[in-house]
Design a protein around this ligand. Structure first.
Ligand code: PLP
Length: 450
């Protein structure tokens, strides 16, 4: 190996000039420089192979090296790599993609606006919700309610909706008009003492917040059907139906952030299908192109689209890359794969397999508090005391120790503090899932003992 192409040499060059997302030079010092990838594996500059335990950033659902996606991008780039989609211009892949999405998304959602990623989708939905209420003659409805541990991106408005406090202080003050309610996390949300449902109690936190802000001031509630970056937090089954009722009662738009859960990851094409409800607005990104090119977007109901259509002024919201023909062509090719290879069915059955294996490898370990998952989206929460659910003190550094141990065992994924997040490509084989679980179990033993 040429000395200048080793992982260490490339990392030094990287650190000289590159600023990373969540930049932190110390944290990056033992970073990986990826040079190739195959299926469910990433290969670093020294030739080491790692299981891609999070599909990179919950997005490479189809695995690495899919020729169909490469071909779709190449063919479109050869024909016409880019054109504007501002009103007055359009292109065939964007038209086809919007039509296809209308066939497969929630039945009430038939109109789509494209972005380059998830954060832009959050901002687009916030701006759309506010402009919708203005068009409906309720201009004071501007407030955004979201959840603690919710992640909706880090563009400024998305950052304010994001409920992970570490993202805020360096950029304060936030935008006024954003508040957060507790997560319905099944592991930690307190069970009501009267024995009633924790799911209903957690949903009623939304009603309390709407009443506190005044329903006449609240535009929307945004939630991930399964909270991803916040640590794979699952709501009880009765939570979202009650959320839908509350949103209807107080005229608050329900926004489903399906940036991770969309396109099959949880075992349904869109994750609120698990609960038999539909949102008013949806947002997606990541899996729509399996991460091969950046694409996101929002989907809106016929009623909201008609209101927008009938407004007397243009909707002054735009991105250069909205409706990008190349990214939309890749999106279309990816939807084809999702359908032909039944990603929802695969995620459901492989997710069950993965969760069972995680339970049998980790349940009963004194420092494993919770093993949870829905489809191919799992979380393992590590605790100091399994019975009190107490966490290790931050200075003990669970995340750093575990990340290092997992790398030693050939598994690359991310932690949310003390939660190991697991979401390998939906196409992963059972033997890769077995290896993933074994690597995780060995890492837990390395860090915490048997
Ligand atoms: C649920 C959710 N929403 C929004 C985003 C932001 O997406 P992006 O990083 O593409 O801006 C993410 C990213 O992880 C996400 O998980």
């Amino acid at each position: 190996m040429n000395a200048s192409t080793t992982n260490a040499a490339l990392l030094e060059k990287d650190q000289a000039h590159m600023i990373h997302p969540l930049h932190h030079s110390g944290g990056h010092a033992s970073g990986k420089v990826w040079v190739s990838a195959e299926g469910s594996y990433l290969i670093d500059a020294d030739g080491n192979r790692y299981i891609d335990g999070l599909s990179c950033l919950w997005n490479v659902n189809a695995g690495h090296g899919r020729q169909e996606l490469v071909n779709a991008a190449t063919e479109q780039m050869q024909k016409m790599a880019f054109c504007s989609s501002y009103a007055g211009s359009s292109n065939i892949p964007a038209i086809e993609l919007a039509n296809k999405l209308s066939d497969i998304c929630y039945p009430n959602i038939n109109h789509f606006y494209f972005t380059s990623g998830g954060g832009e989708a959050t901002d687009s939905n916030i701006k759309l919700a506010r402009s919708y209420w203005k068009a409906k003659g309720k201009p004071q409805k501007t407030q955004v309610i979201s959840r603690i541990w919710g992640y909706h991106g880090v563009t400024f408005a998305a950052m304010c909706a994001t409920g992970i406090a570490g993202y805020w202080p360096a950029f304060a003050p936030g935008i006024p008009g954003f508040t957060h309610i507790p997560t319905p996390d099944q592991y930690r949300y307190p069970k009501p003492e009267d024995g009633s449902s924790a799911g209903i109690a957690a949903a009623n936190e939304l009603e309390k917040e709407i009443l506190k802000q005044g329903a006449e001031n609240v535009a929307m509630f945004i939630a991930e059907p399964v909270q991803g970056a916040g640590g794979v937090l699952l709501a009880p089954d009765d939570y979202f139906p009650r959320i839908r009722e509350i949103c209807d009662q107080y005229e608050v738009l329900l926004v489903a952030d399906e940036v991770i859960t969309g396109f099959g990851r949880t075992g349904k094409l869109f994750a609120l299908e698990h609960y038999g409800i539909q949102p008013d607005l949806v947002q997606f990104a990541k899996a729509i192109t399996s991460g091969y090119v950046p694409l996101g977007g929002i989907g809106i109901t016929d009623e909201i689209a008609t209101t927008l259509e009938n407004a007397d002024k243009p909707w002054m919201h735009a991105y250069t890359y909205s409706g990008h023909p190349t990214t939309c062509a890749v999106g279309l090719a990816m939807l084809d794969i999702i359908e032909k290879e039944d990603f929802s069915g695969q995620a459901e059955s492989k997710g069950k397999y993965l969760l069972e294996k995680l339970h049998s490898a980790l349940d009963g370990h004194p420092h494993v508090g919770d093993v949870r998952g829905k489809g191919m989206m799992c979380g393992v929460e590590l605790v100091e005391n399994r019975f009190s659910k107490e966490l290790y003190p931050a200075e003990w550094g669970v995340a750093g120790k575990m990340t290092k141990a997992m790398i030693n065992h050939g598994l690359f994924t991310r932690m949310r503090s003390e939660v190991v997040c697991i979401a390998p490509p939906i196409t992963s084989s059972e033997s890769t899932l077995d290896d993933l679980v074994a690597a995780l179990r060995d890492s837990v033993v390395d860090v915490f003992g048997e």
